[in-house]
Design a binder for this molecule. Structure first.
Ligand SMILES: [Zn+2]
Length: 289
């Protein structure tokens, strides 16, 4: 069964400011966030122009603690037909939160985002892909329709783990009342290579990455993600930044927009909400061969 009858590829964006990624916390602690210049619109406008140019709708997983001055940006994305989903409120990793804190993040972020757009928030992506069994329970309890936090990458210490719930690399019912849209990995022998975007999108050779995308789209499911700051070539560089962090955060930012243009030209991307409108899942029975 081909999971994406209408949209073999999903385009998703994690909407946060340039100083909010985990790697930046060492240089810009949370109590200094309010002093930093706001640059979200630099990358966000490049992305929305690229999507518009190719007639593609995307899913934007947004933090709800973004400065209020950004609310109009989110509203206009929603008015353009893009999906606004939740990336939580504070961007704290869910693996370090209590049950009540996770519940609060899920409810607060959805309420704020719904108030901004006037539309229902259906989906969620945990900060740093920090999915846990308890998060799945709480997503069901708080009424989300789908999750998109699962990245089957064993080598990354910060990512979450599931013990009680099944793990797959293509969409499935993770719980009878919740769908999961995992980030893409490319099977290579016994290994699963991260191929969804983010740092991997910037560090792998361009032609190799694009060939892998083509292969995954052809297989029936591809799920891409990126952050607006990954297209912002003039964002500030922190003083005293370690070379490894500099490499991870800034390398190949200048090629992001042209690679995205190529992907949008070559493949039929869409948002998760568009896909949900076209497919009826048999509850509890959905699986991909
Ligand atoms: Zn994030």
């Amino acid at each position: 069964m081909n999971v994406n009858q209408g949209f073999p590829a999903f385009f998703t964006i994690d909407v946060e400011e340039w100083y909010q990624p985990a790697v930046m916390e060492r240089y810009y602690p949370r109590d200094r966030w309010s002093e930093q210049p706001l640059r979200l619109q630099e990358g966000l406008l490049i992305l929305s122009d690229l999507l518009d140019e190719h007639g593609v709708k995307a899913t934007f997983f947004c933090l709800s603690n973004l400065p209020k001055s950004h609310h109009s940006l989110l509203r206009s994305l929603s008015d353009m037909g893009h999906e606004i989903a939740s990336h939580g409120h504070s961007h704290r990793s869910f693996t370090g939160l209590t049950t009540n804190e996770i519940r609060e993040e899920l409810m607060l972020s959805r309420n704020i985002l719904q108030e901004i757009t006037g539309k229902q928030v259906q989906g969620f992506r945990a900060p740093n892909f920090s999915i846990t069994d308890e998060t799945v329970d709480l997503l069901v309890e708080t009424g989300y329709r789908y999750d998109s936090s699962l990245f089957k990458v064993r080598l990354h210490r910060g990512y979450g783990r599931l013990e009680r719930y099944p793990v797959q690399s293509t969409p499935y019912m993770i719980h009878p009342e919740l769908m999961e849209f995992p980030l893409s990995v490319l099977p290579w022998g016994p290994w699963q290579i991260p191929w969804a975007g983010g740092a991997y999108f910037r560090h792998f050779p361009r032609s190799l990455f694009l060939a892998g995308v083509k292969e995954l789209v052809r297989s029936g499911y591809y799920h891409f993600y990126i952050h607006p700051w990954e297209l912002d070539t003039t964002q500030p560089h922190p003083n005293g930044m370690r070379w490894i962090d500099r490499l991870r955060h800034f390398r190949n930012i200048s090629r992001s927009s042209s690679m995205i243009g190529t992907m949008l030209t070559n493949h039929p991307f869409g948002s998760i909400a568009q896909h949900l409108e076209t497919v009826t899942y048999p509850v509890g029975q959905f699986s991909v061969a």
